[in-house]
Design a protein around this ligand. Structure first.
Ligand code: 5GP
Ligand code: MN
Length: 371
């Protein structure tokens, strides 16, 4: 029988008694995780396609725990490469064990199918791993989920840590790791590289403490800084290392491409020609979708980027408007209440990228007016 812990996390309130703190994480579930990590022979860590800071931070954080705490050699499998703004987390101690399906399909397939324990991080359903999905379906290994998205596909896992209120998977992983019997609340017993990786992913998923921050997020940050994590190093790697062309592109988008509908929906469509003109690499447009929310009348922001047979969609919304629902209903995706993603397929949804604006205007009008 599946052992499932869907934890209803009680927000950590400094005024609450210690015993009320996340008892559902700390005891049985942490012990169950500990036992499985301890017994694993070939653990593999898997995260979602087109990985972001939370995906990479939680994966590399777990890799170093397996290495330094459990003395296990593990591998990380991802459909697509790590974006360059996160490469400071993937030093040579870990990069040799990272398998990118896009680059090494056969080896990636082999490590997944030979694994006896697969730790799934920062996604709620196998299809979010793109090319790894069929391998996860084929694998008979026990699988563990640690994630903060709504509606996890729980029956696929022997152990589920799912707390949608959490700022990030990195934050959830941090609380879980602290609760492991071998760590027992002692942050300094966590590998330093794990602490740096988890701080990084929490920082990117909260947009540097702008969204989804709960009391325990700040406690985590405080404890990690006290334990020696270099936040200035993380911030300068994340936010002060871009190419000039990225900032020029941002200017071009805001001046020429951003449109705002009468319903308060801002949208920006980046076609392949513009992507080429500004030499846009994976990760370069991270965060652009948030910018229009700074405008008073904007309730929701949509960023569209042309890909081969589809356009990638990023949606962010202010409180009272559901990015998740809009994506599910109109953009073939989902995510969190105020941050979601999806796709527009070509030619199924739109004939080509020039039709995206009309599609967005029509569908968001329906959505914003509950028609
Ligand atoms: P982003 O806009 O940063 O790509 O994604 C925002 C959030 O939506 C992330 O938490 C991500 O996991 C989720 N998300 C992105 N794309 C998809 C998608 O195609 N389907 C679902 N269900 N969630 C997505
Ligand atoms: Mn996340």
């Amino acid at each position: 029988m599946n052992l499932i812990y869907q934890m209803q996390y009680k927000f950590v309130n400094l005024r609450q008694k210690k015993s009320q703190k996340m008892t559902s994480i700390t005891n049985e579930s942490a012990q169950a995780l500990h036992d499985r990590l301890r017994k694993a022979n070939n653990p593999v860590i898997v995260t979602h396609m087109k990985p972001d800071g939370d995906a990479i931070g939680s994966s590399i954080g777990m890799y170093h725990v397996l290495d330094e705490v459990y003395h296990k050699k593990s591998s990380i499998a991802i459909a697509n490469p790590i974006p360059s703004y996160l490469d400071f987390l993937a030093d040579e101690s870990v990069s040799k064990d990272i398998y990118i399906y896009e680059e090494r399909a056969e080896q990636t397939r082999r490590i997944i199918l030979e694994s006896d324990l697969i730790i799934c991080l920062d996604f709620n359903a196998f299809h979010r791993t793109d090319t790894l999905c069929v391998l996860l379906e084929e694998s008979t290994a026990d699988k563990i989920l640690i994630d903060h998205h709504l509606s996890p596909d729980s029956e696929k896992f022997v152990l589920v840590f799912s707390v949608p209120q959490m700022s990030s998977t990195c934050e959830l992983e941090y609380h879980i790791l602290k609760s492991l019997p071998c760590i027992d609340g002692n942050v300094s017993a966590l590998p330093h590289k794990t602490c740096t990786a988890l701080m990084t992913g929490m920082t990117t998923d909260t947009n540097n403490f702008a969204n989804s921050v709960i009391p325990s997020t700040l406690m985590m940050a405080s404890e990690l800084i006290a334990a020696g994590v270099d936040r200035n190093m993380i911030l300068s790697n994340l936010y002060n290392r871009f190419k000039e062309s990225r900032l020029r592109l941002q200017g071009h988008i805001l001046k020429n491409l951003m449109k705002i509908t009468p319903d308060g929906v801002a949208y920006m469509v980046l076609d392949k020609q513009t992507l080429k003109e500004y030499d846009v690499q994976e990760g370069d447009t991270e965060g652009f979708v948030n910018i229009p929310l700074s405008i008073d009348k904007v309730r929701m922001s949509i960023f569209i980027k042309e890909d081969d047979s589809y356009a990638r969609v990023s949606i962010r919304s202010k409180e009272g408007t559901s990015a998740n629902m809009c994506s599910r209903l109109h953009f073939n995706g989902g995510g969190h209440e105020n941050a979601a993603g999806g796709r527009l397929y070509m030619p199924k949804d739109i004939a080509d990228i020039t039709q995206a604006a009309e599609y967005i205007e029509r569908h968001t009008h329906i959505f914003m007016n509950n028609e």
